[in-house]
Design a protein around this ligand. Structure first.
Ligand SMILES: Nc1ncnc2c1ncn2[C@@H]1O[C@H](COP(=O)(O)OP(=O)(O)OP(=O)(O)O)[C@@H](O)[C@H]1O
Ligand SMILES: [Mg+2]
Length: 344
């Protein structure tokens, strides 16, 4: 290969999550971080928008345009849409460069099937990528969270994402075992929506539910406060169920805590089940290595104390939980093939 060709190649990492799509380019950093949503014209099958532009269309499109979230609850709902979202995004971000992707590392949920993994790997041909690698999200999250998973020590990672909360025990560079539950950010939003409807007789949209959560979420300890030390409330706008007219209600932090505590019962059960099925030697290591929490849900106030109470194990919340997986791809891209999930 001559020098000119060498310069025209780049290595790329992708975290295709339920909520967000992140793209990392070696030498340039994380250059894309937008909702993993795609809008398609149903008649022509042409992509209308991806990312923020597509998210802005949710609930507002006519029946000729379809807005799709290609990954749902840790499951690929539409492989063609995954291809389209990647093609469109790559075209958008690499428009000013004549470089070709040499190595593409795609992080996927641990729950997807072998057939789906192979289908993802086949995307390499469509995307004109020489070397495509599929990696477990939870492994990338551990590395991005600063863990040296290649040691002969057991590590426990918990990723509270949008579609799933994943649990993984890692040692010697790989996932020893893992579990997953669909109770995660989007389910919290659904429970908030149901609650506001039942209790306040107000219909709210998914974006409002998410905003309520982000502003008020807490599991234990003090409720979130503003700069003056007052407990935060959220003015939620929606449609009155009885009159059909727009109305506002004030949501308080204790209401959201009760909803989240309820959701966390399932998360707690899966966490305990994962710990119970961890081999004893690795389980013993966890006393020292503790539990790392990544994903957007790591930003919930009091999550560290809550999980410490449940497990009696030291918990660390990742300092940049939303970018942990993509940060992990940065290191994984530099490693040799035998460390990876599969040889596609
Ligand atoms: N401050 C916050 N408090 C609570 N939840 C938050 C906060 N910020 C973001 N979230 C939630 O985190 C979720 C997104 O997290 P993340 O980006 O880790 O998910 P993802 O990787 O797209 O999903 P998955 O890993 O399940 O496929 C969303 O549900 C979002 O509402
Ligand atoms: Mg994720």
């Amino acid at each position: 290969m001559n020098d000119k060709q060498q310069k025209g190649r780049m290595n790329v990492g992708v975290d295709l999550g339920t909520s967000s799509l992140l793209v990392y380019v070696e030498g340039r950093g994380t250059i894309f971080n937008e909702p993993s949503i795609i809008a398609v014209d149903k008649a022509t099958n042409k992509v209308v928008a991806v990312g923020y532009e597509a998210a802005a269309l949710v609930g507002k499109v006519h029946d000729k345009v379809e807005v799709v979230q290609p990954l749902q609850g840790g499951v690929i709902s539409d492989i063609d849409m995954i291809k389209e979202i990647l093609l469109y995004t790559f075209e958008k971000i690499f428009v000013s460069t004549d470089k070709k992707i040499n190595r593409l590392l795609m992080c996927v949920p641990s729950g997807i099937t072998e057939t789906e993994k192979q289908a993802m790997a086949k995307l390499g041909e469509v995307l004109d990528v020489e070397d495509i690698r599929i990696e477990e999200e939870i492994k990338a999250a551990a590395i991005g969270g600063g863990i040296d998973i290649y040691k002969a020590l057991g590590y426990f990672v918990m990723d509270i994402g949008g579609g799933t909360t994943d649990f993984g025990v890692l040692s010697l560079g790989d996932l020893v075992h893992g579990r997953s539950t669909k109770v995660a950010g989007e389910e919290f939003d659904r429970q908030i929506t149901n609650y506001v409807k039942e209790k306040h007789k107000l219909e709210i949209g998914p974006q409002t539910a998410e905003k309520i959560k982000v502003h008020l979420a807490s599991l234990t300890g003090d409720y979130p406060e503003d700069e003056e030390g007052n407990i935060v409330t959220y003015n939620a706008m929606g449609r009155d169920l009885v009159t059909g007219l727009p109305r506002m209600v004030v949501i308080e932090a204790h209401e959201i805590r009760d909803i989240l505590l309820n959701c966390f019962e399932q998360i707690k059960a899966t966490l305990i089940a994962t710990l119970e099925s961890t081999p004893p030697e690795l389980s013993g290591d966890l006393v020292d290595t503790g539990i790392l929490i990544t994903g957007g849900g790591a930003l919930i106030k009091g999550v560290k104390e809550y999980i410490e109470n449940v497990t009696n194990v030291k918990v660390r919340v990742c300092s940049s939980p939303i970018t942990a997986v993509i940060d992990g791809t940065k290191k994984l891209l530099k490693l040799n093939a035998h460390h990876y999930y599969g040889d596609y």
